[in-house]
Design a protein around this ligand. Structure first.
Ligand code: UT7
Length: 333
């Protein structure tokens, strides 16, 4: 009997309407379009600005989009995973809210926290459940409302991030398509260079932590950049070498969108040209767990059944890795 693999069979997305462009940021902090564009590749990002709405709302909308496109019914969902670093509430799983919003009464739901690598890690979890035969329809969402943790007076972080959500349906495949291999790693050294210091069990909120702005995201950009370039490129190269893939075999690199220069360095290490590098960072900035599914959505009509895709990500923690996926469908226009 052929081995059952886990394949992405449908995708969906949600992006808030409000656009925050570089010209507007120039009026908020001491920055300029030229710096942001040359250092990051970002031109604009989306901001969720609807009172009472946060990550669960965006995740729900992304799954609704997926359901509309695929015909998936809420009661058919077995498991709903939400990868996010910005849950609606610290203890309640955002995934449980999303499942209830959708009426996915037959699903169990939980969150997964691996920051910018969340969707990649989530693919590993979702695939394992499907390969084991335990569940047949797993919905994986990557969703982040980065505007809720960004200090809009800090130019080193506020130009980088945006809000958004993307969702994927994973199902069993018997043609050898879908998730083939993964190389995932983490290193706790990252907590000193990228994260939110207070608000967790180590430093619960106090007047002092608030006054010191310890509830906003901080980043030592230069250090993170070095780790990101090295580890994402190494992981992508490793996944290619152990699956016998040379640059001609790879159809596209699907990389976490944090910085155009990091993505370019990864592509260079893989030996692939620009035409194989999918990029939308210019329009959305870094949406953390949402970048990879948003990329899949924006380029869905370009993807063909059987395409060899290398996924790669790097994020807070640190967390990083790469995966080899054989795309399972060609979109019917
Ligand atoms: O997604 C999770 C993982 N995160 C990442 O992968 C991000 C990794 N890091 C990066 O992408 C880059 O380090 C940044 C885009 C964050 C920064 O680029 P950089 O080339 O590493 O710049 P830098 O931090 O070394 O700063 C260079 C200069 C500094 O001035 P001095 O010290 O040289 O005088 C900064 O103060 O640029 C200054 N600067 C800015 N100038 C204008 C920092 N932010 C800004 C800004 N506008 N927004």
């Amino acid at each position: 009997m052929p081995k059952t693999t886990a394949a992405i069979t449908a995708i969906g997305k949600y992006l808030p309407e409000k656009v925050l462009d570089n010209a507007t940021l120039e009026k908020m902090v001491e920055t300029n379009d030229e710096w942001i564009t040359t250092r990051t590749g970002i031109k604009e990002r989306r901001i969720l600005d609807i009172p009472g709405k946060a990550t669960a709302f965006m995740a729900t909308e992304a799954v609704k989009d997926l359901m509309k496109k695929s015909g998936l019914e809420p009661l058919d969902i077995d498991l709903l995973l939400v990868a996010t670093a910005t849950p609606d509430m610290p203890v309640v799983a955002t995934a449980a809210q999303v499942a209830t919003n959708l009426g996915a009464k037959n699903a169990f739901a939980f969150d997964l926290q691996a920051a910018c690598s969340g969707f990649l890690y989530g693919l590993s979890v979702a695939s394992s459940y499907i390969e084991s035969g335990r569940y047949k329809k797993v919905v994986l969402v990557g969703a982040d409302m980065m505007s809720s943790i960004v200090d809009y007076t800090d130019r080193t972080t506020c130009v980088l991030f945006g809000d958004g959500a993307g969702a994927a349906l994973l199902e069993p495949n018997s043609e050898g398509l879908g998730f083939v291999d993964e190389y995932l790693r983490s290193d706790g050294v990252g907590k000193d260079h990228l994260g939110i210091q207070a608000g967790g069990s180590l430093y619960p909120p106090t007047e002092k932590t608030i006054a010191e702005k310890k509830h906003y995201i901080y980043q030592d950009g230069r250090v993170v950049f070095k780790f990101a370039v090295t580890n994402m490129a190494d992981a992508a190269a490793e996944i290619m070498s152990r699956n016998g893939l040379c640059h001609q075999d790879v159809r596209y690199l699907i990389a976490h969108q944090a910085n155009k220069r990091i993505i370019d360095a990864t592509a260079q290490r893989m030996g692939i040209g620009d035409e194989k590098v999918l990029m939308n960072i210019g329009r959305y900035g870094n949406t953390t767990a949402a970048t990879i599914p948003l990329l899949l959505c924006d380029y869905e009509s370009q993807l063909r059944k059987g395409d060899n895709l290398v996924f790669a990500a790097f994020g807070a923690g640190f967390t990083w890795g790469a995966a080899f996926i054989k795309w399972a469908y060609t979109k019917q226009e």
